[in-house]
Design a binder for this molecule. Structure first.
Ligand code: ZN
Length: 512
């Protein structure tokens, strides 16, 4: 006779199977599916999603949960069994709090709203999108009210992506970041007039060799191709169907080598997290995102992004990395990189420029793009900013933070898809991830005194081992703050990230 916990786990495993099936359908839609398949694929996604939702919010879940709760009641607070039951209870109550009419209205509005947004972006026509944004804003406000919050409606929405963050905590973090980033950026802009001796991206880098080099580095980091693969997608992403099948995608530019290469390293960071989850958590509540309706192993957007950013930027864009990898890269592209050296390459992949577009931003300016968006979201939600005043508010903040003003709304307020689909609360994850990545790396160096030596010889196993032990293996058992406190001893803190940027760009731009 199976125990109560085993019966509960078997039921959640089936919900997890359905969510993983959604992931497979989505991966296929974004990488393989012919264009004509999109309408019927939409039906398939909606059907599987509905079955998963019904299964999760059922009376059966309530019954199994009650019994499992009683069974694990006296186990230690940090045991996986206690965490699995507690999380399931929490999300079970939460999903029942959101009225179905809000969910269905949002789902019905999203495709039209996203289409209107895409046309508005193409035609620089904010006015045509504004009424849809008003409607979406009304829906997400109602959603926030239904979920409940103590201080700010943003708190209820950010919960889906970053459970340990609130508007107030983010504002404190942003204050710390701005105090460091704005003066650093000003010094870099002053120093950045000096052009590099040669522009490396004026020549062509054959795509097959780009792919081979990227994949080789991904494997050196520890990406297991027996449980993974790399494909092409116009909007790159990582997706897992349990830790045993974790796929990444990238996109190629014939001239601009960094696009596919760093895209591959970024998604590899996400993939290492998913591949590193404890096998015992496969198909469990601790690898299921009940609110996001995906099977995701990592604990939050920010925790996940901390790993993609660390492997892409702090490792992949470091001087130590190119001291080791420039020679093999030059061997792959002997004509293109003739007369170049590791120093020129390192500087070429670390250029800082205040720019209009978030997805093209560098390590120093990226978080300013994010803070601007999050601050605007908070103001829209609290009603202190009206949709009609949005373009003006956007442009004013761009000027304040980055010293540039968009020439039109296409390159300004209309550039991101997120708001048209109602994705309020998802932006902070990028910045939280950057900040966490530096805290984790500092802690790894503190725990492993020989880590710097390993990294300078291209041996990434010790770092992967530390991250697996302290972060990856736990899946969603601990939230981002708990992971930080357990492994670094601190709460979220911008100081290590600011120190990292200061040291790195002092080197890149000879700021001393
Ligand atoms: Zn990412």
């Amino acid at each position: 006779m199976a125990t109560a916990y085993e019966q509960f786990s078997a039921h959640i495993a089936q919900v997890n199977d359905l969510l993983n099936t959604l992931n497979i359908l989505k991966w296929d839609a974004r990488t393989q599916m012919p264009h004509g398949g999109s309408e019927t694929r939409g039906h398939q996604l909606a059907t599987v999603s509905l079955i998963a939702q019904e299964m999760f919010s059922s009376e059966k879940t309530a019954r199994l949960l009650d019994a499992a709760e009683a069974e694990v009641a006296h186990e230690p607070d940090d045991s996986y069994r206690v965490r699995a039951v507690r999380q399931t209870r929490h999300y079970y109550e939460l999903t029942r709090r959101i009225p179905l009419d809000i969910i269905s209205e949002k789902a019905a509005l999203s495709p039209t709203s996203e289409n209107v947004w895409a046309d508005a972006k193409k035609n620089n026509d904010f006015a045509s999108f504004a009424p849809y944004l008003e409607k979406m804003l009304d829906l997400v406000r109602r959603q926030a009210d239904a979920i409940g919050y103590a201080e700010h409606p943003f708190d209820a929405l950010v919960y889906e992506y970053e459970p340990s963050m609130t508007a107030a905590r983010l504002q404190t973090l942003f204050g710390q970041l701005k105090a460091g980033l704005l003066p650093l950026l000003a010094r870099i802009v002053d120093a950045a007039d000096k052009p590099l001796p040669r522009d490396l991206w004026q020549t062509e880098y054959p795509l097959d060799k780009q792919k081979a080099f990227g994949l080789k580095c991904a494997q050196e980091f520890g990406y297991d191709l027996n449980r993974g693969r790399l494909d092409i997608a116009p909007h790159p992403f990582e997706v897992s169907f349990t830790r045993n099948d974790v796929r990444i995608t990238t996109r190629y530019n014939l001239n601009y080598f960094p696009m596919a290469f760093f895209g591959t390293l970024h998604e590899t960071g996400h993939a290492l997290y998913e591949q590193g989850i404890d096998p015992a958590l496969t198909r469990s509540a601790l690898t299921t995102d009940f609110l996001g309706q995906y099977a995701v192993g990592g604990t939050s957007y920010g925790a996940h992004e901390s790993q993609s950013r660390m492997w892409e930027n702090q490792i992949g864009r470091s001087r130590e990395f190119w001291d080791v990898h420039f020679a093999p890269l030059q061997a792959s592209f002997p004509e293109q990189l003739r007369d170049a050296d590791a120093d020129l390459f390192f500087r070429s992949v670390n250029r800082v420029r205040p720019s209009l577009i978030r997805v093209e931003a560098d390590e120093v300016t990226y978080n300013l793009h994010i803070m601007l968006r999050v601050e605007i979201e908070m103001e829209l939600l609290s009603g202190t900013l009206k949709v009609s005043d949005l373009p003006e508010a956007w442009n004013a903040k761009m000027q304040t933070y980055l010293g540039v003003t968009p020439p039109d709304d296409t390159h300004g307020v209309l550039q991101d898809v997120h708001w048209s689909g109602g994705g309020f609360g998802s932006f902070p994850g990028y910045t939280v991830g950057n900040v966490m990545s530096a805290q984790f790396l500092d802690a790894a160096h503190r725990d492993l005194p020989t880590l710097a030596g390993s990294l300078s010889t291209g041996d990434y196993a010790p770092l992967l081992g530390w991250l697996t032990e302290n972060v990856y293996r736990h899946g969603r058992a601990f939230d981002a703050n708990e992971l930080l406190q357990r492994s670094t001893g601190s709460m979220l803190d911008a100081a290590p990230f600011l120190h990292y940027l200061e040291a790195k760009f002092t080197d890149v731009y000879d700021l001393r």
